[in-house]
Design a protein around this ligand. Structure first.
Ligand code: DC
Length: 223
């Protein structure tokens, strides 16, 4: 089995790049952030503070997460409900980042993620894939861009969705999430020593895609 781990801060373009690479190069795309988002969403729906370890841990036995790959796209089912769209809000993203700091939540998701990589060639994105989930991945990529570049892209994306937001707010959200993801005690966001660093601050989408594609193709040829 070939596995490609793509880690990096939020807004670096991991999921759009990974989805496209997977479709073009024959991998199953596994979005681990979606799993944290589903747990964050569940905590919000149950009125629990997503930062409260005891409260969130108490909810875990009530959660059945089912990851299904349908036409190459991952769908996340939370207790039978397809929440793939519901988890895409800023609020669910922040809740995901909060529950992601909790040890019981990380332990809950680890085996699901590893099992997916055992059964097929995966391109898996997240924060700790190269460092914790798949330390023996065939290829590890750390995909990043400056906070300002990511905020600019995010602002454009929101405007296209008809949700205009001011730059300072978007930038502050990105910086808050970066801080939370990289300063937690367990499995913090960091570049694995053997990960290839790709910084797309000065690259457009096509140049970023070409750089990543070349890395993955080379790994496939070697494997
Ligand atoms: O990639 P994303 O924005 O969908 O991820 C949402 C949050 O989930 C992210 O801010 C931190 C958490 N997360 C994590 O802790 N570990 C992962 N492997 C993936 C996501």
């Amino acid at each position: 089995m070939i596995s490609v781990a793509i880690d990096g801060p939020s807004g670096a373009g991991k999921s759009s790049m990974a989805r496209r690479l997977a479709a073009e190069l024959g991998f199953t795309y596994v979005d681990t952030g979606a799993m944290y988002r589903a747990i964050g969403l569940y905590a919000l729906r149950r009125g629990a503070d997503p930062r409260d370890e005891a409260a969130v841990a108490a909810l875990l036995p009530d959660i059945t997460l089912d990851i299904q790959i349908m036409d190459g796209t991952q769908h996340v089912f939370l207790n039978g409900e397809d929440v793939s769209t519901a988890i895409r809000t800023e609020e669910a993203g922040m809740a995901a980042s909060a529950v992601g700091t909790l040890a019981p939540v990380r332990a809950f998701l680890l085996e699901t993620q590893r099992a997916l990589a055992r059964s097929r060639d995966v391109l898996m994105d997240g924060r700790d894939i190269g460092t914790v989930v798949l330390p023996d991945a065939t290829l590890k990529i750390y995909l990043t861009a400056s906070p300002a570049a990511r905020a600019e892209r995010r602002q454009k994306e929101l405007a296209e969705k008809g949700q205009p937001a001011d730059f300072a707010t978007v930038l502050a959200d990105i910086e808050a999430r970066d801080w939370q993801d990289s300063h937690r005690a367990i499995a913090p966001l960091r570049r694995a020593e053997d990960a290839v660093l790709v910084d797309t601050s000065e690259m457009d989408i096509e140049a970023s895609f070409a750089a990543l594609r070349a890395l993955v193709v080379k790994a496939q040829e070697r494997a």
